[in-house]
Design a protein around this ligand. Structure first.
Ligand code: 2AM
Ligand code: CA
Ligand code: CA
Ligand code: CA
Length: 265
């Protein structure tokens, strides 16, 4: 018999909590830190062992499900046919290494490209954001019932502040948006920042260059909260290719996309 989405979610929740325990143990001891694309792009052996743990559990329990993870423990995924788990074992590795908090395990489970389950687990807080397609968004099992739309001048925006430092496309538009909003935050974990928008702790999250594993879990949470996540130009997110991400309450999303496009044509 095929498992239900509820059963799959339950299983995934157990695994992220178990993986979180191992991550906490690793933080007490020592671990290896390496760099990837640049000196600030970190990866540790804990990222890899966490991804391997999740991959092995998934493959053992659901042998026909496929797996796309940041650290590449599995085969390359070139399409989203069937059920694909899109996994970031540690989202916010720099926070993991330096702050020892503010990082998450992120899982998005997709069926033929449609988001079915989203899980973002704040390991150190033990706070679990989870959602099933059409069943709503929950924090530690408690359903979210209220979302507030705020105009830009009352909104808090999550941003990756690197864009302040670099001369790049959309920079003038983003500076203008940042000036107009009530305040900005930069937590350093895309998955947590998207979860915070979904549960109404922030109003929007904007980032230049994210990969599917950064936003696959968050995208399901946002959808279930009635929020919207797209590319800066309002195109749908791809779960196979990287790109810009703007996630926000629905009306604010419209305002922000409009402001991002002003002057960029
Ligand atoms: P990561 O920790 O899994 O790499 C930091 O602002 C956010 O951007 C994190 O969610 C981080 O995910 C993500 N990110 C994506 N690409 C990155 C890169 N090349 N270097 C650092 N962070 C990156
Ligand atoms: Ca990374
Ligand atoms: Ca990530
Ligand atoms: Ca990661």
């Amino acid at each position: 018999m095929q498992p239900t989405w509820k059963e799959i979610e339950q299983q995934a929740k157990e695994w992220v909590v178990e993986a979180g325990e191992s991550i906490k143990e690793a933080l007490e001891g020592s671990f290896q830190i390496n760099t990837k694309s640049n000196p600030d792009d970190l990866v540790t052996d804990v990222d890899k062992s966490t991804e391997a743990f999740l991959y092995n559990q998934i493959k053992r329990t659901f042998p026909n499900h496929r797996f796309l993870g940041e650290e590449g423990v599995s085969e390359a995924i070139e399409d989203l046919k069937g059920i694909v788990w899109i996994v970031d074992p540690i989202d916010g590795t720099m926070n993991f290494v330096h702050q020892k908090q503010n990082f998450a395990i992120s899982i998005g489970i997709y069926e033929n490209g449609i988001g079915k389950i989203g899980i973002v687990y704040d390991v150190m807080k033990g706070e679990l954001f989870h959602a099933i397609d059409k069943e709503g968004l929950f924090v530690d099992g408690v359903k979210l019932t209220k979302q507030t739309e705020r105009p830009l001048h009352e909104a808090i925006l999550g941003v990756n502040s690197n864009w302040l430092l670099e001369d790049r496309a959309y920079q003038p538009e983003l500076v203008r948006i940042a000036q107009k909003c009530r305040g900005t935050r930069s937590y350093g974990s895309a998955a947590l920042e998207m979860a915070y928008v979904a549960v109404d702790r922030m109003d929007a999250y904007i980032s230049f260059n994210l990969s599917p594993w950064d936003y696959a879990g968050g995208a399901v949470l946002l959808k279930e909260a009635g929020c919207k996540a797209t590319r800066f130009n309002n195109e749908e997110l791809s779960f196979l290719e990287k790109g810009t991400v703007i996630a926000a309450k629905k009306q604010l999303h419209e305002t922000l996309v409009q402001q991002l496009q002003e002057g960029s044509e």
